[in-house]
Design a protein around this ligand. Structure first.
Ligand code: 26V
Length: 822
């Protein structure tokens, strides 16, 4: 199927000569850089050639941006993140450089379809979900708003696993995104740093006999080698660098061992180094806990800090000015060992005293917290930490001594509160609390939505917040409109341009001008036609991949995100079962045709999440086959949800499901992508939903359920779900059907424990919110039945979502945290 052009209108009218020149360039790249002739080139070869052509242009901007930052002695931002979920890059580059139409035409003149080769580009899935995708949006926005920045992370050879659904169950397969090479990256062998693990710490007297220096003698050593990917901002304004580290052995082969006949043992070092950048941990909340994870965290953190220090020293010759010239951002606690590592480098390598080093450290670091889930707050067993990072353990103790002294001196904290401030957890197994370490070592700690930030102050960081009341601040998340509107929704972008002109392309605030069109019947029709085309595109993909036929005029109701109990896919599925029951019992009623899409990956070790996937598939099979439903309800689980699939699903949604237990979703960013693409939200007052309601207006969003405060009260007040379930006939029947095996006749007990968990404790308040959710869904149906009203509300959502641009978020970080101009 042919997709619409990138925008309804090209940025500039393509000039034939440009196109001919571009075509010649592509042919040249194909011949001299890919080494193929047009007659034998595969589609992959064309893809590579097209990327190389745009890459050349990017390099010019890249060199310019890098030089400029140097010459102006600009402060640089360093964004340390274990995840960068960047997805495909070719369209991003074409679009941001305004070359989309020219490239399409040039490739077309060579008999190559841009949309076909675009789908061959592997989806760089170096992240789990929201946190990783946010890092990718931030990188693009930093380039756009002209902040000199480097992203630092790991070049995982295997990123997020590929999900297949086999007999309804999730199966995990390795993602081999580098199989065809990666034309975007530049290997920088010369940019490599040593990383140590284990060993001992020695104290040596310094020359003047006063200060003693600590010398860490690691037992193991590996190299971190840099791979750079350029990140292009809108209109090619600025090009920043994403630097990802790969593990390499210091000695690729142990010749002594090899010569002694130990041919496998001789490769030991090589395998160990390789393991550091082999896999992304596919859990996004349950503690990975394994030693390899801590090794990965230290590996990329020390390499990044050594790189930053080297750059700073080569330009400024000393390190006291680090806070003025470098802002290092910790994306969650994953890089927070950086606090101890920077202290080590400053003191042990560069001879700076503790107090001065501590001032530099706090002046340089800032930390973002992305979750309040207790099981996701990282901590490491003291014995493990000490064995792997003996010098860092000493430094953590030294920081802790100072921190606790400060707290005690205020006279405001009792013993229990002091224990909660401590970097070391002392109840049971002693552990290093990475969140507290990041907090102590940063001048700014931010949450990712207004609600989440307030909850941070009241819960996890209550005591540290009382000690340092000026540190916590809010920066509500955002998304890049370039990827999440301009590129993924060409039809809507073209329509907006027709209505309000081009200003919003550069100034997203201008999108509010679209508000006036909500009342314009002709515009509403066009808007509906665009949505319908996007839905038809999704339907054809589902038909092709899954053999399920869908009616694009049905309401497309979509919940796509990681599978997690707090996100409550189960609530959605139970509601589908209840609705199914109602349709069968009351065939005479005027039901609104609806397709419920669910998609997302479960952590391989997360039993209930995997069972929820199976349930979605079991329920889908039964409902989709039942002739009594007459196609009024369909359920579709879309396998292997990733950035590329999101780019097709966001524009095709009528209804966005954001139904987490209030207080548990830190922000959400999918919620923003849907609304920007004209879906109405059904959601709880959680995360950024609260602010989305403020912006789009309460009439243009469907809010239901307990508030965060009510959830806390219910939990404290001894919530008894059984009673709640028994007073809701719809819910009881749906649960009875699932529990008794109506959807799992081959294994009737499959869901017994899952459902009995709802009766026993229902930690995520599914039962408590069910009736409100189901009733709100019927309100959704009523509004859907009045299309002019629905479309008007959808248009208002698009018009009012500009504030959720990651450009706004990044400007706030720049001005209020990093102290850089933007
Ligand atoms: C935690 C852990 C714990 C150890 C195992 C590996 C692992 C990997 C990731 C995480 C952090 C997960 C936190 C996270 O992804 N939070 C999400 O961040 C989004 C961006 O701020 C936000 O929109 C989502 O609401 C939030 O869940």
């Amino acid at each position: 199927m042919k997709l619409a052009s990138a925008y309804g209108l090209p940025l500039q009218t393509p000039q034939t000569s440009d196109i001919e020149a571009l075509a010649a360039e592509i042919l040249q790249a194909l011949k001299y850089r890919v080494g193929k002739d047009a007659t034998v080139a595969t589609q992959y070869d064309w893809l590579t050639a097209a990327i190389l052509v745009v890459r050349d242009r990017i390099i010019d901007h890249w060199v310019k941006s890098t030089k400029q930052a140097y010459e102006q002695s600009a402060k640089r931002v360093y964004y340390l993140s274990l995840e960068f979920l960047i997805g495909r890059l070719m369209r991003d580059a074409f679009s941001n450089l305004g070359m989309m139409e020219d490239m399409r035409a040039a490739l077309g003149s060579l008999g190559v379809e841009l949309d076909v080769i675009a789908t061959l580009e592997p989806d760089a899935a170096l992240g789990n979900g929201g946190l990783g995708r946010l890092a990718a949006c931030f990188m693009e926005s930093m380039a756009t708003v002209d902040v000199p920045a480097h992203g630092y992370g790991i070049r995982y050879a295997n990123g997020m696993f590929r999900q297949e659904i086999s007999d309804g169950w999730q199966v995990e397969l390795p993602e081999t995104w580098l199989d065809h090479g990666n034309p975007w990256e530049f290997e920088r062998r010369e940019r490599s740093f040593e990383v140590g693990f284990g060993g001992t710490v020695e104290q040596v007297a310094a020359k003047d006999g006063r200060l003693e220096r600590h010398v860490w003698r690691p037992q193991e050593r590996v190299l971190a080698v840099a791979y750079d990917t350029p990140v292009v901002g809108w209109r090619g304004n600025r090009v920043n660098t994403l630097r990802l580290w790969a593990g390499m052995p210091v000695d690729p082969i142990l010749l002594d061992a090899f010569n002694a006949g130990d041919h496998i043992g001789a490769l030991r070092e090589s395998n160990k180094a390789d393991a550091l950048s082999r896999v992304l941990y596919p859990a996004d909340s349950s503690p990975a806990g394994q030693e390899l994870r801590l090794r990965q965290e230290y590996f990329f953190t020390t390499a990044s800090l050594q790189d930053i220090i080297q750059r700073h020293l080569s330009q400024y010759g000393e390190l006291h000015s680090l806070p003025e010239k470098a802002a290092i951002h910790l994306n969650d606690t994953h890089p927070s060992v950086a606090v101890a590592e920077l202290m080590r480098l400053l003191m042990d390598v560069h001879g700076i005293d503790f107090d001065t080093a501590w001032g530099i450290t706090k002046g340089t670091f800032a930390y973002t917290n992305h979750t309040l889930l207790p099981e996701a707050l990282e901590s490491w067993p003291v014995p493990l930490f000490e064995r792997l990072l003996p010098r860092h353990m000493q430094i953590v103790y030294a920081i802790n001594a100072q921190l606790l002294h400060e707290a005690r001196t205020t006279g405001q904290f009792d013993g229990e509160q002091i224990a909660r401030i401590s970097l070391i957890e002392e109840n049971g197994e002693r552990r290093v609390r990475m969140g507290n370490l990041a907090f102590a070592g940063s001048h700014s700690i931010n949450g990712v939505s207004a609600l989440h930030t307030e909850l941070m102050k009241e819960t996890v960081f209550a005591d540290l917040h009382r000690l340092y009341p000026s540190r916590i601040n809010n920066k509500t998340n955002g998304i890049t409109q370039r990827r999440w509107l301009f590129q993924c929704n060409a039809g809507l972008t073209g329509l907006i341009r027709e209505a309000i002109g081009d200003r919003f392309l550069d100034d997203i605030a201008a999108l509010t001008e679209l508000d006036a069109f909500a009342g314009d019947a002709a515009f509403r029709e066009k808007f509906a036609a665009v949505k319908r085309a996007n839905k038809a595109r999704l339907a054809s993909i589902v038909a092709e991949r899954q053999g399920i036929k869908l009616d694009p005029s049905a309401l497309f109701d979509i919940q796509i995100k990681r599978i997690h109990e707090y996100k409550r896919q189960l609530l959605n599925i139970i509601e589908a079962v209840a609705l199914y029951d109602q349709i069968r019992s009351h065939p005479e009623r005027d039901w609104m045709p609806r397709v419920k899409f669910l998609g997302g990956k479960a952590a391989p070790s997360y039993h209930n999440a995997k069972l929820i996937i199976k349930l979605a598939n079991d329920v889908a099979r039964v409902i989709n086959r039942d002739p009594a439903v007459r196609g009024l309800l369909k359920v579709v689980f879309t396998p292997n949800y990733n950035v590329s699939l999101a780019e097709v699903m966001m524009p095709a949604a009528d209804l966005s499901e954001q139904i987490s237990t209030a207080g548990m979703e830190a922000s959400g960013t999918g919620n923003m992508k849907f609304a920007l693409n004209g879906a109405l939200t059904i959601g709880t007052l959680d995360g950024a939903n609260v602010e989305i309601r403020e912006h789009v207006g309460a009439d243009n969003i469907f809010i239901f359920g307990l508030t965060a405060q009510e959830v806390a009260e219910r939990r404290n007040g001894g919530y008894a779900p059984r009673g709640v379930i028994e007073t809701s006939p719809e819910l009881s029947q749906a649960l009875a059907a699932i529990s008794s095996g109506v959807f799992s006749p081959d294994d009737p007990n499959r869901y017994r424990d899952l459902i009995s968990g709802l009766y026993d404790h229902d930690w995520f308040m599914v039962a408590a919110d069910f009736d409100a959710y189901a009733a709100t869904q019927r309100q959704v149906d009523a509004v859907w039945g009045d299309s002019p009203d629905w479309n008007a509300r959808a248009i208002r959502n698009v018009a009012r979502m500009g504030w959720f641009s990651s450009d706004r978020t990044i400007r706030q970080y720049a001005r209020e945290i990093w102290n850089v101009p933007a």
